[in-house]
Write a protein that binds this ligand. Structure first.
Ligand code: NAD
Length: 286
């Protein structure tokens, strides 16, 4: 499957990442099949896409006339059989191994034999996911960043069996979306989370040990290291539960205690302080 033969893309899951991924494919001219399990999740995803397109019109990134054309390219469905029309599918369902395996097997059975199957997982092994499908050589990681319409990076992860052809097609596909793909090999946390999560974890230890307040930790990193967001602001944005889950993957994957999640992160998660999504994490949000 070469890039120019990819015309229709299926996106599995219309949540935070899925609706962003559908948005960027439709904006770049691809036909999109957006699949979720219930109509209300699709409605919510489409509403988000519509709002985000309005923002792009306001910022003059697209014209007002483009918006209905982009929306018209997205076909929402709850029917797995609709995937048969896709040349590529990107899975963006929640980060739970059992669920991902079920969704990927289902997609593998519905897709045509030549189609590429990609996962947007943040931390699960691409090699492991690929092995559960009938097309490990056509399986790849496409790790988009949140918010997808704005963030330029796609971390492209090659599983052990990913073919050169699949890899090349995926890299040029990302470029056709106006993204910058960066290739990495399959390893726990890939590069993005292997480097980011220990930073967030150490920042949480600084707060737990009374070295500094969250505001001070973030100020040091923003003013001293030129980070656009402090690590704790970023942790609240990602979700503290998601951070703990990824640290678990690193801890188990490497068997190295340096990746153990900070007890304060665990305590916040136990309290339901998950960050922005619950209006409370290291910071309070109104
Ligand atoms: N949120 C982030 O910042 C971020 C960043 C990079 C990667 N990721 C990864 O992206 C993936 C999705 O994360 P998210 O934040 O978008 O999750 P989310 O919970 O916002 O969305 C997941 C969607 O998948 C749907 N879904 C569940 N079961 C399904 C099924 N069987 N078929 C189709 N859809 C189904 C849910 O209804 C929901 O709409 C995860 O693997 C996550 O690790 C997330």
């Amino acid at each position: 499957m070469s890039t120019h033969s990819i015309k229709t893309v299926a996106v599995l899951g219309s949540g935070t990442m899925g609706n962003g991924i559908a948005h960027v494919f439709a904006r770049a001219g691809y036909n999109v099949i957006l699949r979720d399990v219930e109509q209300r999740f699709l409605d919510r995803g489409l509403e988000t896409i519509s709002k985000n397109l309005d923002r792009e019109v306001k910022k003059e990134k697209i014209s007002a006339a483009d918006k209905p054309l982009i929306l018209a390219r997205i076909k929402p469905t709850t029917d797995v059989a609709a995937l048969a029309a896709a040349d590529l599918a990107v899975e963006a369902v929640p980060e739970q191994l059992d669920l991902k395996l079920r969704v990927l097997k289902e997609a593998d059975a519905a897709l045509k034999p030549g189609a590429i199957l990609a996962s947007n997982t943040s931390s699960i092994s691409i090699t492991q996911l690929a092995a559960q499908t009938s097309r490990p050589e056509k399986f790849i990681g496409m790790h988009f960043m949140n918010p997808v319409p704005m963030m330029v990076l796609v971390e492209v992860i090659r599983g052990l069996a990913t073919s050169d052809e699949t890899f090349a097609a995926t890299m040029s596909l990302c470029e056709s979306l106006g993204k910058k793909p960066v290739a990495v090999n399959d390893a726990p946390g890939f590069v993005s989370n292997r480097v980011l999560m220990p930073l967030i974890n150490e920042a949480a230890f600084c707060v737990m040990e009374g070295v500094a307040t969250p505001e001070s930790v973030d100020a040091v990193m923003k003013l001293g290291m030129n980070h656009p967001m402090g690590p704790l602001e970023l942790a609240d944005f990602i979700g503290l539960d998601v951070c703990v889950d990824i640290l678990e993957v690193l801890y188990r994957g490497f068997g190295d205690p340096k990746y153990r999640a900070c007890p304060l992160l665990r305590k916040y998660v136990a309290a339901g302080w998950l960050g922005r999504k619950t209006a409370r994490g290291f910071y309070k949000y109104s």
